[in-house]
Design a protein around this ligand. Structure first.
Ligand code: ADP
Ligand code: ASP
Ligand code: MG
Length: 408
């Protein structure tokens, strides 16, 4: 029997009772003959509570100190889970990210894992102990505590599974698998038994927060067998697979959405070489990531240029754009932070030209205006007004018959 890495998210460890229930599940896994490494998140709401405390002090907190603060959430959970395991007679030890030596770069709040020293963990496993590791955190080569970005415990779990060559990495959460869309928005969403890495990567990158995107990337890179399951119900969950073979027939795997977007437009800029660079250069110099970009066809000798950024970056991006506007002699700058991106994802899109028109027709029928469109081989994304998000998700879910068993 091989090694299993299990990760339990915030809701799954949200109270002492739930931590005790997790302890039972972990012990049962060990009793089946597996070695077990457990990665846990902070108790639900804790990371948000810590962020709010920091903001009470005002000004923008130093990223280094922010990471010291946020990493405490997970440290509480590892200790409590070990105590719960001890109480039921299991042998277990907890480790923070820096104790394990989850080595990262020094990009505070969004650090990337560079390497893991599994020696200590392997020693414990060999001695028959359950190893409990704090998710979401690591340490840079100067010994500073770092964090891996919101939802980062998923990535800790997958990285541990890769480093220890685990048989499977199991992500236990508050839903029983990956659905065709967020089941909290569309109650008719259907659980998928399997999804390909490619599709899961696309869903995660387009906003499906059930798995952190870096966790999926990591799993793909190191071939880590990954499964999403419920902490509260028995079941097989959803397996993230490497091959298309034996996949469900559906050509569309799901609908993802991202509420964190904002849109900016600069109107009446000269239509000449270098204009895109003059507009986006200063934005990227400020470390603001740009997502979708549209440049209109020029009517006279001027054109309009629109792009989207993360909503948190909106105020700064607007300031930068106003400066650019006066340098370029543009007519006007405008923006909208009440927009969302809605995406249809599926490998079937490669060969089906009718999919885009079905999508636009479904949105039109509900009177939803499309503000921007972007396509790739396996996704079509539209930007729409925030108030139409739920309606849009459900309209697309129906239009592509995602609740049914029939192939689209
Ligand atoms: P955890 O705290 O366990 O990490 P998250 O809140 O990060 O849990 O992720 C689980 C949530 O992801 C679900 O409660 C669900 O609302 C949301 N979600 C978004 N898209 C999907 C999807 N396609 N399938 C399942 N859950 C999804
Ligand atoms: N506690 C962190 C967060 O809330 C990491 C995680 O739960 O994965 O984002
Ligand atoms: Mg999560």
């Amino acid at each position: 029997m091989g090694l299993i890495v299990q990760k339990y998210g915030g809701t799954s460890v949200g109270s002492i009772e739930r931590i005790q229930a997790v302890a039972q599940k972990v012990k049962a896994t060990q009793e089946k003959g597996h070695q077990v490494v457990v990665v846990v998140s902070a108790m639900s709401g804790e990371t948000n509570r810590l962020i709010a405390l920091a903001h009470e002090i005002g000004t923008s907190p130093a990223p280094r100190e922010m990471d010291v603060l946020l990493s405490t959430g997970e440290q509480v959970t590892i200790a409590l889970l070990c105590m719960a395991l001890h109480k039921i007679g299991a042998s277990a030890r907890s480790y923070t990210g820096s104790q394990v030596q989850i080595l990262t770069d020094n990009a505070h709040s969004k650090a990337r894992i560079r390497g893991i020293d599994g020696v200590r963990v392997s020693g414990d496993l060999q001695a028959g102990r359950i190893v409990v590791i704090a998710g979401f955190q690591g340490v840079d080569d100067q010994g500073n505590i770092t964090t891996l970005g919101r939802g980062g415990s998923d990535t800790t779990a997958v990285a541990m599974a890769a480093a220890l060559k685990a048989q499977e990495c199991q992500i236990f959460t508050d839903v029983d698998g990956v659905y065709t869309t967020d089941p909290r928005v569309e109650p008719k969403a259907r659980k998928l038994d399997r999804i390909t890495f490619e599709e899961m990567l696309e869903m995660a990158s387009l906003g499906s927060k059930v798995l952190q995107i870096r966790a999926v990337e990591f799993a793909g890179k190191y071939n880590v067998p990954l499964r999403v399951l419920s902490s509260f119900e028995e079941g097989e969950g959803t397996l993230i697979t490497f091959e298309d073979e034996g996949m469900e027939e559906a050509k569309i795997s799901g609908i993802a959405f991202n509420r964190d977007e904002a849109k900016l437009t600069i109107l009446g800029v000269p239509d000449e070489p270098g204009v895109a660079y003059s507009i986006l250069g200063p934005v990227s110099n400020a470390n603001i990531e740009v997502d979708m970009i549209i440049q209109n066809i020029a009517e006279d000798d001027t054109t309009d240029f629109t792009f989207t950024v993360h909503r948190n970056d909106y105020p700064q991006a607007l300031e930068i754009l106003k400066e650019t506007s006066s340098i370029l002699g543009a007519r006007e700058v405008s923006g909208n932070e009440y927009i969302v991106k809605l995406s249809l994802v599926g490998v079937g899109m490669r060969s089906h030209s009718g999919i885009a028109s079905t999508m636009f027709e479904a949105l039109a029928r509900e009177g939803i205006n499309i503000l921007m469109i972007s396509t790739s081989e396996i996704k079509i994304s539209v930007v729409i007004d925030e108030k139409y998000l739920e309606l849009g998700v459900r309209a697309l879910h129906d239009a592509f018959n995602l609740a049914g068993e029939l192939p689209v």
